[in-house]
Design a protein around this ligand. Sequence first.
Ligand SMILES: NC(=O)c1ccc[n+]([C@@H]2O[C@H](COP(=O)([O-])OP(=O)(O)OC[C@H]3O[C@@H](n4cnc5c(N)ncnc54)[C@H](O)[C@@H]3O)[C@@H](O)[C@H]2O)c1
Length: 335
Amino acid sequence: MMLNVGIIGTGWFSGVHAKILNKMDGVQIKAICGTSQDKADKFAKDFNDVKGYSSVVNMLDSEKLDAVYICVPPFAHGEIELELLNRKIPFLVEKPLGVDLDIPADILSNLQDQTLITSVGYHFRYRDSIALLKKELNSSTLGMVTGGWMGSMPSVPWWRNQSTSGGQFIEQTTHLVDLLRYTVGEVDEVYSSFGKRSLSEQYENVSVHDVGTVTLKFQNGVIANLSNTCILPEGDSSVGLDYYTNEGLFHVGFDGMNSSKKGTTSSFKDEANPYEKENNAFIHAVKTGDRSMILSDYHDAYKTHAVTVAALHSAEKGKTIRLSEYLNNGKIVRT
Ligand SMILES: NC(=O)c1ccc[n+]([C@@H]2O[C@H](COP(=O)([O-])OP(=O)(O)OC[C@H]3O[C@@H](n4cnc5c(N)ncnc54)[C@H](O)[C@@H]3O)[C@@H](O)[C@H]2O)c1
């Protein structure tokens, strides 16, 4: 059975997914939609039999698509997902779900009446080192986690603007928040301090914070602190989480895990590509209806997104936010 796939967005990450899809058996990329015909045609040129479109509605009217990938910046979500929902077309959407909670809450409430297959690009979950970490955490008592996403500012123009990206914690550090939810549990309280130190002196039109630190209390009593900055020069970065347990210390980096258990150290390097596993899981679900390999769907990702938005609100208001203000027994609470 051949699965016909469409992609929305013609930037970096559409390319990453397209190259993976292009190598998969039983999958044909049929269409690509960009903000202009020219951009879509340029993207399509690198692949066989792919047609370019400049309108999502035209693409969906003209092609019979079995699944769609949404790889657009955070501000561009909303109409795309609602259009796919109306047509009952399964989608994989890149994180984050939006710049704040309004549009994702609308999409989620529309999704709640449906059984549509969705997947969200929280690829850290698909890493073998994370499966190993989960095993270690099952046989120890976790006390706390510290970590952060310390790096430089991505060069895409939408990233530096608060209203188009949501800022670093919502756009980027969300991967670590999601990993914490996946490995620790649900968040109860969030308290943050965000600041603006240096980016707006280096670049024009910067409205995002460039430093931040966020304290998280989990429902099970674990505490965590996540920091982030985007002021480092390009090439300098430190990204990861340290898990402190009664059996030892586990450090998760970008592509592996280092452990120190009662003085004995070991390291594990991820070999399998988590993006390929994420794509396989979604395509398998669309082909067979078995969604058990999908590790992050829209419902679950909404909870991660809510934590990151709560962190921004906490910094803005200077107060602790309880997640129950945003999520009430799984129901959406509007802020
Ligand atoms: N999971 C990951 O590891 C990972 C890595 C990189 C990027 N991402 C995410 O992927 C998303 C896209 O990032 P990117 O790096 O590809 O950005 P990009 O700027 O390179 O590309 C975004 C593309 O979306 C297009 N676009 C914007 N609005 C559109 C619309 N309404 N219809 C169709 N196209 C539209 C833009 O023209 C551009 O081509 C972001 O949310 C980002 O966070 C995820």
